[in-house]
Design a protein around this ligand. Structure first.
Ligand code: DO4
Ligand code: MG
Length: 289
């Protein structure tokens, strides 16, 4: 089943049927056996029509995040290790990526607060002070407060390769800025953990031109999803649960950088498709009185 957060409530979709829940998102998703809970809760709710559901998904969709933090794992696929070693060779930092790929402790970094996250259909941003920008399509886990994976969504870990490549200590600036994370379109809540043959696909278009297309099964990941979740929860509490992006394996060629107006489409089997256009953050500041 799939759960979508919309401006009119939380929409559950299962086998062509739809239900609206008005329970707050954090409370709704943060529980053990989310799949079983939703299946039982749907029996008590009135259905909404397929047409109403389609309208909600087209016009009122929000990112599937309430007050959760977003974290990310890095260098979990060989392709990411190789790309990072290449981009950082002038800084002398290449061996760090090799070491973390082999190490028992994974690379985990803080990625985003909810207000910086783009929903399906919203723009993701590239930095004006970065010359080399890429999307990173990543299977993203929803882990409840007890540390158990309850659902999956699609994540885009937008990254500046020029900033990270200059010096790995710049990682937070390469990774964390407004709309550097996209999540959506909804939360996939299967009865069983997601299969290792699940495929992630990404395409990047500039106007009518297809600039990149790639796909990879998640079985190529070096670490298990439960291991990544376990490391994240070792010494931290997440009162509303947490989203964890699990790393990228799809890396465009080194001469590719995103430009304003590009379109990024990421699909993951079972979850759906996350679409975002690329732009710059508008030059405005929030007023403080
Ligand atoms: O080491 C830097 C980040 C790696 C990353 O984001 C990834 O592998 O997906
Ligand atoms: Mg990444």
């Amino acid at each position: 089943m799939r759960l979508y957060r919309t401006k009119k409530g939380n929409l559950l979709a299962d086998q062509e049927k739809f239900w609206l829940f008005d329970k707050a998102w954090d409370e709704l998703i943060n529980r053990n056996d989310l799949h079983g809970y939703l299946a039982r809760a749907a029996l008590r709710e009135d259905e909404v029509t397929a047409m109403e559901a389609a309208d909600l998904l087209e016009q009122e969709l929000l990112a599937p995040i309430g007050s959760q933090e977003v974290w990310a794992a890095g260098v979990t696929y060989l392709r990411s290790r190789d790309a990072r070693m290449e981009e950082s060779k002038d800084s002398g930092a290449a061996s760090f990526y090799d070491k973390v790929y082999e190490a028992e402790r994974p690379e985990l970094f803080f990625k985003s607060l909810p207000h910086r996250v783009a929903a399906h259909g919203e723009k993701v941003y590239i930095r004006r002070d970065s010359s080399w920008n890429v999307p990173e399509p990543e299977l993203t886990l929803f882990i409840n407060t007890q540390g158990h994976i309850q659902g999956y969504t699609i994540g885009n870990d937008m990254s500046s390769r020029s900033i990270e490549g200059e010096n790995p200590l710049y990682l937070p600036q390469a990774k964390v800025y407004d709309r550097s994370a996209a999540l959506g379109p909804g939360l996939y809540v299967p009865a069983e953990p997601i299969g290792r043959d699940t495929v992630i696909r990404m395409s990047i278009r500039r106007g009518a031109n297809l600039l990149y297309r790639g796909e990879v099964p998640i079985s190529q990941i070096k670490r298990s999803l439960t291991d990544l979740a376990g490391w994240l929860y070792r010494e931290s509490d997440f009162p509303a649960g947490c989203f964890l992006m699990t790393g990228t394996c799809l890396v465009p060629a080194n001469d590719f950088t995103l430009k304003e107006g590009d379109n990024v489409e990421i699909s993951i089997d079972g979850i759906g498709t996350l679409y975002n256009a690329v732009g710059y953050r508008p030059n405005c500041r929030n007023n403080i009185s």
